[in-house]
Ligand binder design. Structure first.
Ligand SMILES: Cc1cc2nc3c(=O)[nH]c(=O)nc-3n(C[C@H](O)[C@H](O)[C@H](O)COP(=O)(O)OP(=O)(O)OC[C@H]3O[C@@H](n4cnc5c(N)ncnc54)[C@H](O)[C@@H]3O)c2cc1C
Length: 426
C-alpha cells in the first residue's frame, strides 16, 4: 500500500455510464475520482469500438447532449447520425470530464473493496504496480460487469437459469485502401464461404463511403467474469475476426483492409447487481403506453435486443417496447447505504437488460446516479435512499432529462425479426 486518498465520490469504470456519472457529480463541485482500466473513457463505445447509439438520443440529459454536440462539431457523426467515429468520442469524453473537474485515473483497476456493516468504506486500486487505497462517501459501480459490487459482497445475478449471458463480440473497422488487397488466411483457420456461415451479425457493413464496421464475431457460452474464460473468448474472437475480414475482402470489399479492432472484446452482459427493486420482463412487456415510476430517473427506449444464447448468426428475439422509466431503486445495491450502479450492471432481469443496456440509456443512468451522489453530499445524509426523489428528479429535469416516458418515442428498428424457433428466455 503506497498511498491513501479521500474523495466524495468514487466511480469505478469510465465507460458511458461512469463518465457521465463522474461529470454530473463533479460539475456540482464535488471531488470525484474516476477509475478506468483502459487508456480512454467511453468503454465499449470507444475502446470496444462499438460506434452506434442504438436508442433514442433526445431527452437523455445534458451530459449526453454536450457529447452529441461536440461529436457533430468534429464531423464525427455520420450515416443517420447514430454512427460515430469512436476515436473522437474518446477525446470528447475526456475533455468533458476534465472540464467538469473529474480526477481521472487510467490503467487503474478496482481490485479490493472494504466494507463495514452496510457501508462501503474504501476501494483498493491497482495501478502502475502500486495499490492506492481510496476512501469515499459514495461509490458508483459502472464497471460494466459489477466488479466493485461483487468485491463488496453485494448480491447479484448472472445470465439465465443456466448462467448463460449474451454473447461477446470483438468489433473491428475496415477502411478502403483504394487497392486490391492480398488475400491470406492462415492455414489453421477455415474460410467462410457464405453469409450464412458468419459467426455473428453480418452484412450491412458500410457505415460511410470508405469505412465498414464489423460486429460479426460471436463468442457464446463464456463467462466474462472468469479470467481464463475471458481470455479464451478474446482468442476465439480474434480467430473469427481474421476469417471474417478474409470473407469480406474475398466477396464484398476487395480493396478494404483491417484498420482497427476493439482494444478488448465487447461484453454485452456480466453481473446484474440486485437493487432495492428488480425491473422484470412482466413489467415492460405486453403493455400499452409508457411505463412510469415515481422514482424514474432515466428513460429506456430501445426494443428488446436479445441475441440468441445458443445459435450463431443474427438470430434472436427483437420486440418493440413502449418507453419505460428506470427506477432509482434499480440503481441502488440492496445491501449497502452508499453503493449505486449505472450502465450494464443495474438491477433488471435478463430480458429487460437486453433493452436497458444501450449506450444512450447508460449515459442517462450515469447522470442520474452522479447527481444523486452530489445531492447526498449536499444534504449531508448518510444513506443514498434519503435523497428525496422529487429533488433528484427536479435536478435531472433541470439538466435536460425528459423523465416522462410518454414523451419519448420507442426505438425499434428491427421489430419484425423475431424467429419463433429462438428460445425466449424465462
Ligand atoms: C459488441 C457490442 C455491440 C453493441 N452494440 C450497441 C449498439 O449498436 N448501440 C448501443 O447503443 N449499444 C450497443 N451495445 C451496448 C452498449 O455498448 C453497452 O451496453 C454500453 O456501452 C455499456 O456501457 P457501460 O458504461 O455500462 O459499460 P462499459 O462500456 O463496459 O464501461 C465499463 C468500463 O469499466 C472499466 N472497468 C471494468 N472493470 C473495472 C475495474 N475493476 N476497475 C476499473 N475499471 C473497470 C472498463 O474498462 C470499461 O471502460 C453493444 C455492446 C456490445 C458488447
Amino acid at each position: 500500500m503506497t498511498e491513501s486518498l479521500k474523495y466524495d465520490v468514487l466511480v469505478a469504470g469510465g465507460g458511458s455510464a461512469g463518465t457521465s456519472a463522474a461529470i454530473a457529480a463533479a460539475r456540482r463541485g464535488h471531488r470525484v475520482l474516476l477509475v478506468e482500466e483502459m487508456n480512454c473513457l467511453g468503454g465499449v463505445s470507444t475502446g470496444g469500438g462499438v460506434a452506434e447509439w442504438f436508442a433514442s438520443l433526445e431527452g437523455m440529459g445534458n451530459v449526453f447532449d454536450e457529447t452529441l454536440g461536440k461529436m457533430a462539431r468534429f464531423g464525427a457523426r455520420f450515416a443517420n447520425n447514430r454512427w460515430f467515429n469512436p476515436e473522437y468520442l474518446k477525446g470528447v469524453w475526456q475533455l468533458n470530464a476534465e472540464a467538469a473537474g473529474v480526477e481521472i485515473l487510467f490503467h487503474a483497476s478496482v481490485s479490493r473493496v472494504l466494507t463495514t456493516g452496510d457501508r462501503v468504506v474504501s476501494a483498493d486500486i491497482t495501478c502502475c504496480s502500486q495499490t492506492l487505497r481510496v476512501e469515499a462517501d459514495w461509490f458508483i459501480d459502472s464497471s460494466g460487469e459489477g466488479d466493485l459490487c461483487a468485491l463488496a459482497g453485494a448480491s447479484f445475478e448472472k445470465g439465465d437459469a443456466k448462467g448463460r449471458v449474451l454473447h461477446m463480440s470483438l468489433t473491428a473497422w475496415m477502411y478502403d485502401t483504394g487497392e486490391k488487397q492480398t488475400l491470406w488466411l492462415p492455414e489453421e483457420l477455415t474460410p467462410i464461404e457464405s453469409e450464412a456461415e458468419l459467426p455473428g451479425l453480418g452484412s450491412g457493413w458500410k457505415v460511410s463511403e470508405n469505412r465498414i464496421y464489423l460486429n460479426a464475431t460471436k463468442v457464446m457460452n463464456r463467462d466474462p467474469t472468469d479470467p481464463f474464460q475471458l481470455s479464451a473468448a478474446e482468442r476465439e474472437a480474434r480467430r473469427q475476426l481474421l476469417r471474417i475480414a478474409h470473407y469480406v475482402q474475398r466477396f464484398e470489399f476487395p480493396t478494404y483492409a483491417l484498420a482497427a479492432s476493439g482494444a478488448r472484446i465487447g461484453i454485452r452482459e456480466g453481473r446484474r447487481v440486485t437493487g432495492d427493486f428488480v425491473l422484470t420482463r412482466d413489467q415492460v412487456l405486453d403493455r400499452e403506453g409508457a411505463l412510469h415510476f415515481d422514482d424514474g430517473v432515466a428513460v429506456a427506449t430501445c426494443q428488446i435486443d436479445f441475441h440468441s444464447l445458443s445459435k450463431a448468426g443474427n438470430s434472436g428475439w427483437r420486440q418493440r417496447l413502449e418507453p419505460y422509466n428506470i427506477p432509482f431503486r434499480c440503481l441502488v445495491s440492496k445491501d449497502f447505504a452508499n453503493l449505486m450502479m449505472a450502465g450494464k450492471c443495474i438491477s433488471v432481469d435478463q430480458v429487460v437488460h437486453s433493452s436497458s443496456r444501450m449506450t444512450p440509456t447508460c449515459v442517462a443512468m450515469g447522470q442520474a446516479v452522479g447527481t444523486a451522489a452530489a445531492l447526498a453530499t449536499e444534504l449531508r445524509t448518510d444513506n443514498i435512499r434519503k435523497v428525496p426523489m422529487e429533488t433528484l428528479r427536479a435536478a435531472l429535469i433541470a439538466d435536460g432529462m425528459e423523465l416522462d416516458p410518454a414523451e419519448h418515442r420507442a426505438f425499434a428498428p428491427d421489430n419484425s425479426d423475431f424467429d419463433e424457433d429462438d428460445e425466449a428466455p424465462v
